[in-house]
Design a binder for this molecule. Structure first.
Ligand SMILES: Nc1ncnc2c1ncn2[C@@H]1O[C@H](COP(=O)(O)OP(=O)(O)OP(=O)(O)O)[C@@H](O)[C@H]1O
Length: 284
């Protein structure tokens, strides 16, 4: 079953257009949602959660249309936006007592189990939580009401490498059962190299690519060559940079021509993002 099925989502702000965004996430997997600042990741996430009004498109979550089953589906979705900046003077326990009343499947035993697992102390005030603790608290809340889809906006930003690694391990453990699915946006592509099953790449409000991670990466090759070779291949490159030795450019794997005898390597996600956005910028 699809945990998330987004079809032709469009949303226009005065200076920004989220355009015809479509992608799917299979249940039981982790999808990394990448894109430069202002690409439209948060707008997409808010649209999925119906926190902003969309102009057109359809969103299905766990097989149901979000527009028709929002109240019911919100029981099955856990979301987190980087920080919880309200109720800062409340204790965790007081906030939990309010939040749990919204969820019919709330399970106190599960909540206490996750609070213990995440080393969170109920007596602490929200203001006293570190960024990592806030993310974990959000996760504990989501998991305690039996969320099947977690939608997290930059959950790992602001965390130190050890805390990030720990959180990514938790993500992998959660999807391990095959029931829970995670969509999370991030700028830290190395996190995705570690734990994502699928990658969706948004740029200037449009999807550039959405695929299983290995397939996503395999779509591209990084080419290195001498300056004189650049002229032969320039038109086929997505974009390139010149340096004192020659050039480095990104190309679709299908556009590779072995006859040109250029060195090609498999790029990482960061390189793909840098060269793809360089191409797009030339069209702006
Ligand atoms: N309420 C709003 N009114 C008008 N424009 C908005 C609104 N919210 C977002 N935008 C614009 O939409 C564009 C996309 O913003 P969005 O926050 O979705 O990007 P993002 O990919 O999440 O960026 P970042 O990585 O920096 O968080 C930006 O140009 C932003 O200024």
């Amino acid at each position: 079953m699809l945990a998330l099925d987004i079809k032709n989502l469009s949303k226009r702000y005065e200076h920004f257009h989220l355009q015809d965004v479509s992608f799917q996430l299979e249940q039981g997997y982790i999808m990394g949602f990448i894109g430069a600042n202002g690409a439209g990741k948060t707008t997409t996430i808010k649209s999925i959660l119906n926190l902003t009004r969309i102009d057109s498109g359809e969103i299905h979550i766990l097989g149901k249309n979000m527009a028709e089953h929002e109240v019911e589906l919100k029981q099955e979705i856990g979301s987190a936006f980087g920080d919880i900046n309200f109720y800062t003077r409340s204790k965790i326990s007081s906030l939990t007592n309010v939040i749990k009343t919204f969820y019919r499947n709330w399970d106190d035993a599960t909540y206490h189990r996750y609070m213990k697992k995440f080393n969170l102390i109920e007596d602490k005030k929200i203001a006293e939580l570190s960024t990592g603790m806030k993310v974990k608290y959000n996760l504990a809340l989501a998991l305690s009401h039996g969320a099947k889809l977690l939608i997290l906006d930059e959950p790992t930003s602001g965390l130190d490498p050890v805390a990030r690694d720990h959180l990514l391990d938790i993500f992998q453990e959660l999807v391990g059962s095959g029931e829970i699915s995670i969509l999370f946006s991030t700028h830290i592509t190395s996190d995705l190299e570690k734990c994502a099953d699928y990658i969706t790449y948004l740029h200037n409000g449009r999807i550039i690519n959405s695929a299983e991670k290995e397939e996503f990466i395999d779509t591209y090759r990084l080419l290195n060559g001498r300056k004189e070779q650049l002229e032969q291949i320039k038109d086929r490159l997505i974009s390139y940079k010149t340096n004192s030795f020659g050039f480095t450019g990104l190309i679709y794997t299908t556009d590779l021509d072995p006859a040109l005898h250029l060195t090609s390597t498999v790029p990482n996600l960061e390189e793909i993002m840098i060269y793809c956005s360089k191409k797009e910028d030339t069209y702006v």
